[in-house]
Design a protein around this ligand. Sequence first.
Ligand code: ZN
Length: 513
Amino acid sequence: MKISLSKKGGLPALPEQYKDKAPKSEVLGIMPPEVISEFQAFIFDKKDNTFGVAAVNPQNPALQRFLKDNLPEKSRIEWHSATKHNITSVLKFYIRDFSSEIGALVGVSKFESNGNIAKLVDTIIDYGFSEKASDIHIEPLRYETAVRFRVDGMLHPMASIPRDIHPAVVARFKILSNLKIDEYRRPQDGRIEPEHIPDASLRISIIPTLYGEKIALRILDDSHKNLMLQNLGFSEKQADILMRNIEKPFGMIVTSGPTGSGKTTTLYALLQLLKKDGMNISTLEDPIEYALAGVNQIQANVSVGLTFASGLRALLRQDPDVIMVGEIRDSETVIMAANAAMTGHLVFTTMHTNDAPSAFTRFLEMKVEDFVVASIVNLVIAQRLVRTVCESCAEKDVLPEAIVKKIRERKDILNILEEEHGIKGDGLAHHKFARGKGCKACLKTGYLGRTGIYEVLEMNKEIHTLVLNHAPAEKIREAAQKAGFVDMLSDGIKKVMDGSTTFEEVLRTTRLT
Ligand SMILES: [Zn+2]
């Protein structure tokens, strides 16, 4: 395919008849909204093999590569220049129903009656739940208010609201969450329990910004249906190891991964399994992500001196059996948590390391004695969240050329493909993998929902000795592999092979840092 740009600065503007209009339906699926927003470009038309593309910066090499990989061979591109406004307005058409519903509400009688504002706010909340968003952002911009949803970890523009009704919308949210209506200058936090949605609540945070108060809502689903180990993507073998270790009377279970990798959810799932009569389970968290019945959850709060360390000290005087410490950030907390595990408590916590074997070296770096680490750390789970392929529009296809190229640069992936799945280097380009084409159910992204990819490392005699000798993480990994340890990358590739996710997702989340 040839991408040629006409003389510099000579690009025609986006033709009038395409402004504020949905792109032709046959090109709608090629660029998902997050790609449009990342590259600030979109495909608006197609005639024979010529695609009309409007871009803020057509010279962007990443954009050119994307088009090369995603348009049929021998396609021609007719470039047009786009303004930022063109991009924002085209993005609105990707979420037509919500947008038009909001549009209809906004259009009625300029919002003189409060009834409409209340209906508008309810509609935003309802859509947040029905799209399975984790967060809703209501952001005042210079000329409009943007409504964006975070779905499966990605932010999507959903609709826009006229600037002049923004204060009324904020006031309505403040009423619903019992916040001060006349406070505009300070941040406020609260909670909304929508009457019409059972078992659900929203955490709301409002902060003043340049163009008005910005609202962020976190949707809290208290129904726990997602907290079963098998729903989280653990294999049967991994789940067995987890079960065996939570039944131990003391020691430490650590989940590890970057922010947003689902580590707290895993710990919650384990605590749910542990919950038995006659057991005192206490947690110290910041923030408390779900309410767990039968568990004493304490919110760490630095502003009143309730740090992880001081909270843990107080907690230990409450005769707990099981303790969860939201995150280990400093030596004082980690040493106290380790002591608790030494003295007959089962302690759950989270850490930031790249992989499971590194957790042991991290403990040593944080000044926990080697014999303590060797004797208390029962289990380390490292994890990432990947998006799952949308079942409504899944199909099998060969990989895009660019992905094949990326994979060929990764020896570790090629080894796993050949050794575990019998796919040799040159077979890769012909093998068909699951991929979502993009449909209404998945907001044209091809993905719906998420699952975890995991590595589960259990302590054994050999690792015990290695920790005592301060061995590097690599040695611990080798010892674990001898005992059947499956690393995160292998687990991810297994999930690509069975069609639950894609190489793009595994590559994105397991990037070496
Ligand atoms: Zn779909």
